[in-house]
Design a protein around this ligand. Sequence first.
Ligand code: FES
Length: 145
Amino acid sequence: MNTEVQTPDAWEPNILAFCCNWCSYAGADLAGVSRFQYPPTVKILRVMCSSRVEPAFILKALKDGADGVLVAGCHIGDCHYIDGNKNAEVRINNTKKALGKLGFDKRLRLEWISASEGLRFSEVIRDFTEEIMKLGQNPVKEVKK
Ligand code: FES
């Protein structure tokens, strides 16, 4: 049982980021090495390509209480699996549409972040964290209590 008491001010979003191995994960690494500040609200899961992220992964993350899910991959034209990120874009947009029916669409974001964009990685995390802060906690957490 979690005995930790959180006041509303103390709440910080819990964001799961799926980062493609070749670009976005390296971008996150560069952000760390370069000491670009971003909030500790993100947990990174490395996948080989953004196209590896199935809608079921996103639904499971939200069902399990993630406040936001970020899918990050190489810029269009740079995917190491040719059209993986184009396929991911279609898939994520469709997932977003479906989530929109539940009011969860703003909790999913797709971004292209290259290996040299450490600063951009930190900016995306900061911006997404602010957006999730405005949305508040994932309501599924309340149902689970
Ligand atoms: Fe990065 Fe496909 S390898 S998006």
